[in-house]
Design a protein around this ligand. Structure first.
Ligand code: AMP
Ligand code: TRP
Length: 336
């Protein structure tokens, strides 16, 4: 078996505001992992345009996501932070993976089904092959571990299938079989208005999510308005069954306070929601407030952010070029 250098790759789309879901499901875990793994974090602008984006808004969102990563504690001196379109190898390897992945595999992707909705005929072709590009992002660096929220699990299984098929089609062990890292007490943060829908940047309801750009009053208001039910908070995990909104708020509380869901149930069990919500609002503001402020400050420093992304892209390109060259060789592309 080939031994691969342990390396992390992960990405966020610049398709709207960063949410509490992005923070708890992904970015916060990256901050811890960057200490032990060589890490590459990417603002995936090629993925964002699978759905129409206004160019000026996209430019701003790209900087804002990079600022959010840095403000949350990702260290641009220790890790590579860059935007995907500045490294041409992502699109090139994605093409090769389009020829490895099977239609049947992509037809099973639930994210495509959700995003394309009923009008599948009118979805972009890019949205359909989105998971091939994601596999290319990871394999371009032969990354071994990918920290993501639970919603990306199926895409990572596809990444493993593509790597395996490439390896077996070409009789090689060139690509590693990645391990997903889905960590923490809030692996899937749900909408504050509907406990059965994922908290998402693109939900039309502002009250469904907490944005990393929200000020203190807005965060407190959204939590106050968050949907619950008429029963008391349960004192044990089993009592969360069938109560998705309550389970979501308790999980958020646990993740933000570095405790377990069971501990939070024990503390608030038997009470109604008013004191819990008050504490959750304070906790959220105390964790997110400093990040929001730093993010705002960084967003005004466009030249600094652009410089981080430029330097990151240069480093990423250096890592990617020999990998792509070897892929060309394996596939049989003539190199003169
Ligand atoms: P996206 O905003 O779709 O580009 O997602 C970027 C990262 O955040 C991925 O690792 C997602 O799995 C994670 N993520 C997004 N929304 C949520 C959520 N509601 N709960 C947990 N993780 C999430
Ligand atoms: N598809 C991911 C999402 O929307 C973003 C992403 C693109 C990604 N490329 C990646 C995540 C590579 C991890 C690794 O959440």
């Amino acid at each position: 078996m080939t031994e691969f250098k342990q390396r992390i790759f992960s990405g966020v789309q610049p398709s709207g505001n960063l949410t509490l879901g992005n923070y708890l499901g992904a970015i916060r875990n990256w901050v811890t992992l960057q200490k032990t793994y060589e890490s590459i974090f990417c603002v995936v602008d090629l993925h964002a345009i699978t759905v129409w984006q206004d160019p000026a808004v996209l430019r701003n969102a790209t900087r804002e996501v990079a600022a959010g990563m840095i403000a949350s504690g990702i260290d641009p001196k220790e890790c590579i932070i860059f935007n995907q379109s500045q490294v041409p190898g992502h699109a090139e390897l994605a093409w090769i993976f389009n020829c490895v992945a099977r239609m049947g595999w992509l037809n099973r992707m639930t994210q495509f089904k959700e995003k394309a909705g009923k009008n599948r005929e009118r979805a972009s072709v890019g949205l359909y092959v989105y998971p091939d590009l994601m596999a290319a992002d990871i394999m371009l660096y032969q990354a071994t571990h990918v920290p993501v929220g639970e919603d990306q699990k199926q895409h990572l299984e596809l990444t493993r299938d593509i790597a395996q098929k490439f390896n077996s089609d070409y009789g090689t062990e060139f690509f590693p079989i990645v391990e997903p890292l889905i960590l923490g007490e809030a692996k899937r943060v749900m909408s504050l208005r509907d406990g059965t829908a994922k908290m998402s940047k693109s939900d039309p309801s502002e009250n469904s999510r907490i944005n990393l750009t929200d000020d203190r009053d807005t965060i407190a208001k959204k939590i106050r308005k968050a949907r619950t039910d008429s029963e008391a908070i349960p004192s044990e995990i089993a009592g969360l069954e069938g109560r998705p909104e309550v389970k979501n708020l308790i999980s958020i509380f646990a993740a933000l306070s570095d405790r377990t869901v069971a501990e939070v149930c024990q503390q608030y069990g038997g009470q109604d929601f008013a004191p819990f919500k008050k504490d959750l609002a304070e906790l959220s503001v105390s964790v997110l407030g400093p990040i929001t402020e730093e993010m705002k400050r960084l967003c005004d420093e466009k030249t600094y952010i652009d410089q981080v992304l430029k330097e990151g892209s240069e480093k990423a390109r250096i890592l990617s070029e020999p990998v792509l060259k070897q892929v060309h060789n394996i596939v049989g592309f003539l190199q003169s």
